[in-house]
Design a protein around this ligand. Structure first.
Ligand SMILES: C[S@@+](CC[C@H](N)C(=O)[O-])C[C@H]1O[C@@H](n2cnc3c(N)ncnc32)[C@H](O)[C@@H]1O
Length: 472
């Protein structure tokens, strides 16, 4: 007996009111049902084809637009419909920042359960294109077939692709020809490598069989005009690798730091691999204010340099440092915030789990002629202990900037024990930040908060919170 397929439900006249995680719009049906919808923006009225139904909400796609939001704008990228990298390009930048602010307010109200009166208006970007300083491109022997191609009557040609992963399709790559995220030299390098490898019939990686030579390419640049390129090869075919690297070296004199890696593991991360310098310097140099940073191929650096300065100035303002103060900078990366603040305090101690980043942090300390910074490599939850406090002195201010998952429970408990008078909490995920603020509220009040937009056209947002120890 054949399986019976349930017909999917269509909910009519849903008014979209807000933006939710992963760029979906959220709205309510006339019946009160909450729906998360791909392809709509706040202000649209749509009929929704419900693809998934949960107890208290549904998820779906737009079946038909009944009316369009006044906040809609024409997306500027030719890949907008397929790429998913800049999901909010069809929304005016004013509306984007308004909704990001609302996301922070909602997280603090619903999860941290704190007053949201002291959340300042978001600091938006002056430049909403070409703002990224790091882009990662992938190769695949199977490109993503666009919706327009699939719908057309013409025969579809399968060929390799070099660009970005299609959201939700880990084995398919969208062939990117123009991208507005990084300086246009990035486009030129990517497109030239595509032409060279296609002409020379060099194989592209097959993410299913894990075979193929061209696997990945990371392009990083700085406001000082330095460029780093790291090419990842899937096979140890050194003659072919040499050809690709020589091509890049000869074609792009702008590349100041050129590397490759042979990655035969099942995953793409190169943090645990030997990255080999092919030409130029081992790092690129960035400058924020008076502070300079050597950035090595394995080190994290904020991906929007201009807004990183805006973000760090908020941190500096919230930290209210004085020359006698002792400061901890948790999740320090290559010492970025620590070194930005070092001249304003007596001592600053940074902790970071990626060892090469700590090597960079120490080089950066010397580069900036600061002698009052100390850096440790390791997991914050293991290193930040009472014994650590006994060695380095009680902190007057703790700066913390964890990854999206937020802080480990043990770190929160240690912070409650250390009871520093002030914590400045930088986060790229208001949800986990709100959770951690709720846990810290046993001893801390949230005094003020500043959202900073670093990623126009995406749902991502940075948020800085100032927490002060409750007076007993
Ligand atoms: C959001 S970045 C912030 C880096 C730095 N504060 C900055 O502004 O550039 C988070 C950093 O935490 C590091 N990290 C992640 N988990 C960690 C852990 N458990 N212990 C120590 N560092 C960690 C990452 O490698 C990354 O450098």
């Amino acid at each position: 007996m054949g399986r019976r397929h349930k017909r999917k439900k269509v909910v009519e006249d849903v008014v979209m009111t807000g933006l939710a995680d992963k760029g979906k719009a959220v709205g309510r049906a006339p019946s009160g049902e909450v729906l998360f919808v791909d392809g709509a923006v706040p202000g649209d009225v749509v009929d929704v084809l419900v693809l998934r139904k949960k107890k208290s909400f549904g998820q779906g796609i737009v079946k038909e637009f009944k009316s369009y939001s006044d906040d809609r704008v024409e997306p500027f990228c030719q890949h907008f419909d397929d790429c998913g990298g800049c999901k909010w390009q069809h929304l005016s930048y004013d509306a984007q920042t308004k909704h990001k602010h609302t996301m922070v307010v909602d997280a603090m109200r619903k999860i941290a359960k704190i007053s949201t009166e002291n959340i300042s208006p978001i600091k938006g970007c002056e430049e909403t294109r070409y703002y990224r300083n790091k882009v990662e491109y992938s190769f695949s022997n199977k490109r993503w077939i666009t919706e327009a191609e699939a719908a057309s009557a013409e025969e579809i040609m399968q060929h390799p692709a070099f660009g970005f992963h299609r959201a939700g399709a880990w084995d398919k790559i969208i062939d990117i020809h123009t991208c507005h995220l990084q300086d246009t030299l990035s486009d030129k390098i990517r497109n030239a490598i595509r032409d060279y490898t296609m002409e020379n019939k060099i194989t592209y990686y097959d993410p299913r069989s894990h075979k193929g030579m061209m696997r990945n390419m990371i392009v990083r640049n700085t406001t000082l005009g330095h460029w780093m390129v790291i090419v990842s090869f899937g096979e140890p075919e050194m003659e072919i690798a040499e050809g690709v690297m020589a091509f890049l070296k000869e074609s792009f004199s702008q590349i100041t730091s050129l590397h490759y890696v042979i990655n035969q593991k099942l995953n793409d991360t190169i943090l645990d691999q030997d990255i080999i310098l092919y030409k130029g310097d081992p790092f690129i140099i960035e400058q924020l204010g008076d502070c300079k940073y050597n950035i090595g191929p394995k080190s994290f650096f904020q991906t929007n340099s201009k807004q990183a300065k805006v973000l760090y100035d908020v941190v500096k303002d919230y930290a209210q440092l004085e020359s006698e103060m002792n400061v901890y900078d948790l999740y320090t990366g290559l010492g970025s915030i620590a070194l930005y603040l070092a001249k304003d305090c007596k001592q600053i101690v940074g902790i970071e789990e990626v060892e090469p980043a700590i090597v960079d942090a120490r080089i950066n300390a010397a580069l900036n002629e600061t002698e009052n910074s100390i850096f440790y490599a390791g997991d914050v939850k293991d290193i930040l202990t009472e014994a650590f406090r006994d060695t380095h002195g009680s902190p007057d201010v703790v700066i913390t900037d964890p990854p999206r998952a937020g802080m480990h429970g043990d770190v929160i408990n240690t912070l409650l024990t250390l009871a520093a008078p002030r914590i400045v909490y930088v986060s790229c995920n208001p949800g986990t930040q709100a959770r951690d603020i709720a846990l810290l509220s046993e001893k801390y009040d949230m005094v003020k908060m500043q959202p900073v937009d670093m990623f126009p056209h995406t749902h991502h947002i940075e948020n800085v919170a100032l927490l002060e120890l409750k007076k007993t």
